[in-house]
Design a protein around this ligand. Structure first.
Ligand code: ADP
Ligand code: MG
Length: 338
């Protein structure tokens, strides 16, 4: 097993720069997830680690050895791609179908679930028996239906807990990143936005991009101007809406800011208790939680509650943000104000 060091790595395809200088150090035995929207350069970065793509600048080391000019077969890595092809052995297949047959699943379901699982496990098995220094995964689960994706995510994590092989895993799915990673690298337009543990990124997003990308449903953003007087700090948004902010926050009087609050960080309070008025659009009961979509200061927000609420459309409710976990961002730069 080995560490992977990516130092100032750049990539251009012809005149087009797609990776603008990336620094990431992946420790021995670590499971690091590269996450970001489609086209941000995740696969390109992974393929440069694998040696499938020449790097335009910088340096990549695996286990302390510079591999810039080493062909893939000499890098001691194993790669699992999204577009796999493998023919499962019938005996293995019958075994895998057995539990589904007991549950009286229909043939089409058995067929597709067994096929997908066999393909992934088969590919991973092929990678595992080689006992490489590093596993590289490029969206291995994105072809699967939601239920199977969750099962395979657990399998891969359990496998890593057993084998401890250094792993770099690419996905565009932030839930996959949050649930699987030791550390997450958030990428956007060929750059790293932030690196941290899943809960670091959730609790302390460095900027609007990370704040909006990590967490589901996404963080709510409301634009306004920062004000402070007599020890109180607040943001004035459209329509005379006043949003309470944390006292210690940086930022100057009158500054344009974006107020961020996660859906799970608001509670319903009675009028006159400091809540922000919100006009209900839609209520979604999921059983476990209630999702409430509403308008605050002309912006659509989402709030998630453990409690069951049955608000009517156009009803005005009052939402109280949990001050300590609200966020303020500089509207001009998108960076978090500390
Ligand atoms: P991701 O995996 O994050 O979706 P990619 O690494 O596949 O993103 O692509 C990053 C950018 O590089 C995209 O704009 C893509 O169009 C471009 N790109 C990828 N491969 C090539 C290539 N072989 N030639 C030209 N452009 C490419
Ligand atoms: Mg890709």
């Amino acid at each position: 097993m080995a560490s992977v060091e990516i130092r100032g790595v750049k990539k251009s395809f012809g005149a087009v720069d797609v990776i603008h200088g990336i620094d990431v150090t992946i420790a021995d035995e670590e499971f690091v997830v590269l996450v970001g929207p489609s086209g941000c350069g995740k696969s390109t970065l992974l393929r440069m680690v694998a040696g499938l793509e020449q790097i335009t600048g910088g340096q990549i080391s695996i286990g302390g050895r510079i591999v810039n000019n080493l062909p893939p077969k000499d890098r001691d890595i194993a790669m699992v791609f999204q577009n796999y092809a493998l023919y499962p052995h019938m005996t293995v297949r019958d075994n895998m179908a057995f539990s589904l047959k007991l549950r009286k699943a229909d043939n089409a379901t058995i067929e597709s679930r067994v096929k997908h699982s066999a393909e992934i496990l088969g590919l991973m098995g092929r990678a595992i028996v080689r006992d490489p220094q590093v596993f590289l995964f490029d969206e291995p689960l994105s072809n699967l239906d939601a239920k199977l994706r969750v099962q395979m995510r657990v399998e891969i994590k359990a496998l890593h807990q057993r084998l401890r092989t250094t792993s770099v895993y690419v996905t565009h799915d932030q839930v996959e990143a949050m649930t699987m990673a030791d550390r997450i690298v958030v990428m956007h337009d060929g750059r790293v936005e932030q690196i941290g543990t899943p809960l670091d990124l959730y609790d302390n997003p460095a900027n609007l991009f990370v704040a909006g990308f990590i967490g589901s449903p996404a963080m709510n953003f409301i634009k306004g101007k920062l004000h402070r007087a007599g020890g109180a700090v607040w943001v004035d948004a459209k329509d005379g809406v006043r949003l309470p902010a944390e006292q210690g926050v940086a930022g100057s009087e009158g500054q344009d800011v974006v107020y961020g609050v996660r859906p799970e960080h608001m509670s319903v309070v009675g009028a006159g208790n400091g809540g922000v008025p919100a006009t209900v659009t839609v209520v979604e009961p999921t059983g476990a939680d209630t999702y409430v979509y509403a308008q605050i200061a002309g912006e659509q927000v989402c709030a998630v509650f453990d409690e069951r609420y049955d608000f009517a459309p156009d009803q005005v409710i009052h939402l109280l943000p949990k001050l300590a976990v609200t966020h303020l961002f500089d509207a001009a730069t998108g960076n978090k104000l500390n």
